[in-house]
Design a protein around this ligand. Structure first.
Ligand SMILES: [Fe+2]
Ligand SMILES: [Fe+2]
Length: 268
């Protein structure tokens, strides 16, 4: 199932398949007859639609969020992130199928993949209401890099993807919600509020399984987290951090502040 999602290029088709498989998984778990996890050989990179054109982030034009074009660009960027997130969650399921893990690991990432699929569709609906669509603008080419860099390191994957990249989403989403409130676009506000509420859980799943694996291997979580982020994540983490939501997701301040770089003094 994971590989079928990863090898489907079209966004709406990919997310439909993803939601369908998630429903099948849930139903099988509820019936007490879980689908067998098995093993898989996922592609190094997921299939992508012909559009959007993927560009180096420096060549993706920046637009002012105060304009209609800017708001469309922002929604387009979020749609792109969500589509990558769908693949990232199915990829963690398929990629590390050789590692012995409790079934709850699969419950969590299937649920996260299902939610990302919903998020992608919500963003596409918003774009279409504004007369645009996913694929109308160029998008960030580097989004799969974290996945490739951590393709043989499950703890590295958990550290960088949910605990750094998705945690960053918690920091920036309230600002985005404000932009769409000011623009009086209640549908976009509602969609982003759904995303904001559900992303907390994805970060929490990352923290939960990261700590689980640290416990299994008798490792100090804080130290290991710092080492893995420095190894796989290029650059410093950017404050301000959403300390409240990060705490809710099980990411304590001593995980991220030491990675913020020396130019940022820790507040409070
Ligand atoms: Fe999402
Ligand atoms: Fe997410």
């Amino acid at each position: 199932m994971a590989v079928a999602v990863l090898t489907t290029a079209d966004g709406r088709q990919k997310t439909a398949l993803s939601r369908n498989f998630a429903a099948q998984w849930r139903a099988s778990r509820a019936a007490g007859t879980p689908i067998e996890v098995g093993t898989a050989n996922p592609p190094l990179r997921p299939a992508r639609p012909e559009k959007p054109e993927l560009r180096d982030p420096r060549d993706v034009p920046h637009r002012k969020p105060g304009s209609e074009a800017g708001r469309i660009a922002l929604l387009h960027a979020v749609a792109h992130i969500e589509l990558n997130a769908v693949d990232l969650h199915w990829d963690i399921i398929a990629r590390f199928s050789g590692t012995r893990l409790p079934i709850g690991f699969f419950d969590d990432w299937v649920k996260a993949a299902d939610e990302e699929s919903k998020h992608f569709n919500l963003m596409c609906d918003c774009l279409e209401r504004l007369g645009s669509h996913y694929g109308a603008l160029p998008a960030h080419a580097g989004m799969w890099r974290a996945a490739e860099d951590t393709c043989d390191d499950l703890m590295g994957r958990l550290a960088v993807v949910p605990m750094v990249l998705e945690a960053r989403g918690l920091d920036v989403t309230p600002g985005m919600i404000k932009i769409f409130k000011q623009a009086k676009l209640p549908d976009a506000v509602a969609a982003l509020e759904t995303i904001y509420a559900e992303e907390v859980h994805h970060v929490a799943y990352g923290s939960k399984w990261f700590h689980f694996l640290c416990g299994r291997h008798d490792l100090d979580p804080t130290e290991v987290f710092h080492g893995l982020v420095r190894k796989y994540f290029h650059g410093n983490l950017k404050p301000p951090f959403n300390e409240e939501k990060r705490a809710e997701a099980g990411i304590p301040p001593d995980f991220y502040w030491p990675l913020a770089g020396t130019e940022h003094a820790r507040s409070g």
